[in-house]
Write a protein that binds this ligand. Structure first.
Ligand code: MN3
Length: 209
């Protein structure tokens, strides 16, 4: 039986300063994300055969997860998946700047789909600001490989909609309140300084295969 585990971040807690502050990163990873992992494992203890499934397969088969733990698996499994995906999407400012040079495919697709990077960012920001309460903003690819901007409530990951996530932004207040207070728009604007475009590009190329 394999319990789900919290992986270390691929960088130090202070690596994304001054965009995401160290204290927020520490709390977000070691407390919030850790709690999703712990609560997911606690729910699965009641149906231990489900430990056999990978996290992604577990979420894809959510409809057949027993009703008594389905909401817990959706919220905490989704939270674990979303946060792992989020950390892997980010890079320190200098690395983020350089990463767009290795992201020609996704940047061309964004140009073709949305009419330019700035137009895409505006649409993404609208999705992030339009999500009332807690949730996520996303760039996703559908089954045909077409790009869409979307948002989801709570911790629902795009795979519940049959979409492949390419980039996501956590818009729960715990993600930004210490540094940006109630200014979610400023947090969204700052986010672009720490996106690892090479990672986003690789996800896009995997969809196109
Ligand atoms: Mn979060």
């Amino acid at each position: 039986m394999m319990k789900h585990e919290l992986a270390n971040l691929p960088y130090a807690y202070n690596a994304l300063e001054p965009i995401f502050d160290e204290q927020t990163m520490q709390l977000h990873h070691s407390k919030h994300h850790a709690t999703y992992v712990n609560n997911l494992n606690a729910a699965l203890e009641k149906k231990a055969d489900l430990f056999e499934l990978s996290l992604e397969d577990l979420l894809k088969s959510l409809a057949s997860v027993p009703a008594e733990i389905q909401t817990a698996v959706r919220n905490n499994g989704g939270g674990h998946w979303n946060h792992t995906f989020f950390w892997e999407s980010l890079a320190p400012v200098e690395k983020s700047k350089a990463s767009s040079e290795a992201a020609a495919d996704i940047l061309a697709a964004i140009q073709n789909t949305f009419g330019g990077l700035d137009a895409f960012k505006e649409k993404f920001k609208a999705a992030a600001l339009g999500r009332f309460g807690s949730g996520w903003a996303w760039l996703v690819a559908d089954a045909a490989g077409a790009l869409h901007v979307s948002s989801s409530p709570n911790q629902d990951p795009p795979l519940l909609e049959g979409h492949t996530a390419l980039l996501g932004l956590d818009v729960w207040e715990h993600a930004y309140y210490l540094k940006y207070n109630n200014r979610r728009a400023d947090y969204v604007d700052a986010f672009w300084n720490i996106v690892d475009w090479e990672v986003v590009n690789n996800r896009f190329l995997a969809v196109k295969k």
